[in-house]
Design a protein around this ligand. Structure first.
Ligand SMILES: Cc1cc2nc3c(=O)[nH]c(=O)nc-3n(C[C@H](O)[C@H](O)[C@H](O)COP(=O)(O)OP(=O)(O)OC[C@H]3O[C@@H](n4cnc5c(N)ncnc54)[C@H](O)[C@@H]3O)c2cc1C
Length: 371
């Protein structure tokens, strides 16, 4: 019979929240293991646009505060803050802003040679960084490899701690951190939490694939971000634009024909210079998962809360993941180092967590001709 716990803390979820939590806790001396399982439609981090928001998008005309963590990330890429992150994760540090642009002090100078596809729009630089989140996830996974495991987990309470069930394994932990994005809802309910504590804000993101120029930036309509575009480089001069913004937020539940109509209208308005022939388009549905708010809008900040002894983490935005991890660290008791009686090689029996995949390679995506 097993005596004691297999670890002090288990983090469930292999997205940005889970990996930053793992890194912060291990660096602070906690005995912690992460168990995650990529699941279609639930991997926000891998599908995210990777913008390290400087606050510009959220402060124009929006009175709700939004913490600016872009500088913290910059330090991590420069090796001046923990965790040190690889610079190759940076896709660009120079976005374009076009459409209804107020040339205010927050925006950089006018772009003299904008890409042809932007037509006659006035275009400005915006100093903001876009990262490839998959590179960051893979870096942290490699750094903590012995503690990163693959598994779809179920959870239950036990005396003084929690029981994690994954595959045929049963793992006992003193502390439980749920950083499973949209999965937190089901996991919380397994532990007796009444529903309604989490909200999902749906998106229909659009993709265009072809011999496109690299494009990163925001197309503006009045004060709204109508489109946010980032580029995923591909093979043979091909690349994929991923398009979010109001286009993705306003009508997520569309039939493919209606979606194509919306996309074409947006392209006419914001990319009037046209696209090369031979482009294909696709789209996908994904929910943003956050702590529920009274008005259903985006929470102003991270949410890290302890309810009935369980720690729940929703970073709200990818850029806020370091802040969520720091908050979590402050809420957990000091590491005790007395719980880890790993006499059974339970951790060795679990499969290792694999590398994050490029979501655009998702075989489920249906591509249709665009130009
Ligand atoms: C389309 C899109 C674009 C975005 N763009 C930006 C952006 O540009 N900038 C920004 O700052 N933020 C952005 N966000 C928000 C940001 O991506 C999220 O806030 C952040 O990635 C959430 O991370 P997470 O780790 O909490 O969740 P996730 O990334 O969803 O990770 C949770 C993981 O837990 C796993 N899991 C769930 N249940 C279980 C279980 N029972 N057992 C094991 N594993 C489980 C899931 O499969 C998943 O792998 C965007 C979000 C979306 C959807």
């Amino acid at each position: 019979m097993r005596v004691g716990f297999d670890t002090e803390t288990v983090v469930v979820g292999g997205g940005i929240a889970g990996f930053f939590a793992l890194d912060r806790l291990r660096t602070a001396g906690h005995q912690v293991h992460l168990i995650g399982c990529p699941r279609p439609g639930m991997d926000q981090t891998q599908w995210s646009q990777g913008i390290l928001h400087s606050g510009w998008k959220y402060h124009r005309g929006d009175p709700r505060p939004f913490p600016d963590l872009a500088e913290t990330w910059q330090k991590m890429f420069e090796g001046n803050a923990e965790p040190e992150l690889p610079r190759e994760a940076i896709r660009t540090s120079n976005l374009l802003v076009w459409g209804d642009v107020d040339a205010g002090p927050a925006l950089g100078p006018k772009v003299v040679d904008p890409p042809n596809c932007l037509g006659e729009h006035q275009v400005h630089h915006l100093q903001e960084t876009i990262i490839d989140p998959g590179v960051v996830l893979n870096h942290l996974r490699q750094k903590h490899q012995p503690c990163c495991h693959h598994g779809l987990v179920k959870v239950a309470r036990m005396a003084g701690g929690f029981e994690i069930l994954t595959g045929t394994e049963r793992i006992l932990t003193k502390h439980l951190v749920l950083a499973a994005g949209a999965g937190n809802e089901a996991l919380g309910m397994m532990l007796g939490r009444p529903p309604g504590f989490m909200q999902r804000r749906p998106l229909r993101m659009y993709l265009i694939r072809g011999t496109l120029p690299e494009l990163y930036g925001h197309a503006m309509r009045s004060k709204d971000v109508a489109l946010t575009v980032h580029t995923i480089p591909g093979n043979h001069k091909e690349c994929t634009w991923v398009i979010g913004g109001a286009l993705a937020e306003d009508a997520p539940e569309l039939h493919a024909d209606e979606a194509e109509h919306r996309l074409r209208n947006a392209l006419m308005a914001f990319l009037p210079g046209g696209l090369p022939t031979g482009c294909w388009w696709s789209s996908y549905r994904i929910d943003r998962a956050e702590r529920a708010t009274t008005d259903g809008q985006r929470p102003d900040d991270v949410c890290v809360e302890m309810v009935d002894g369980v720690h729940y983490v929703w970073p709200t935005k990818l850029v806020l993941a370091p802040r969520a991890a720091n908050t979590l660290l402050g809420m957990l008791p000091q590491p005790s180092h007395q719980t880890g009686q790993t006499h059974r090689s339970v951790w060795e029996s679990l499969p290792k967590l694999g590398a994050a995949q490029d979501p655009v390679q998702d075989a489920e995506l249906k591509w249709r001709p665009l130009t």
